[in-house]
Design a binder for this molecule. Structure first.
Ligand SMILES: [Zn+2]
Length: 73
């Protein structure tokens, strides 16, 4: 579980990212805690992404999220 976070972009794509709190390396810190502007690895577009509580996802959604990894954000 070392820092891997499930996030969802504005278009509804699910993916995992290594979410570093307070330090945006590739992304701008906008939108507040738990949200930031980042590149979506599913469709390759940029937009707001938000942390998702894994407990609220179905097994299918979790599996989908784990097929994509945005790396360090
Ligand atoms: Zn997307």
């Amino acid at each position: 579980m070392a820092g891997k976070t499930i996030v969802r972009c504005a278009a509804g794509h699910l993916f995992t990212a290594t979410w570093i709190p307070f330090v945006g390396i590739k992304s701008l810190k906008v939108g507040g805690i738990g949200r930031r502007y980042a590149k979506c690895p599913v469709a390759g577009h940029w937009g707001m992404v938000a942390k998702v509580d894994a407990m609220q996802l179905t097994k299918e959604e979790l599996a989908e999220a784990h097929t994509h990894d945005a790396g360090v954000q």
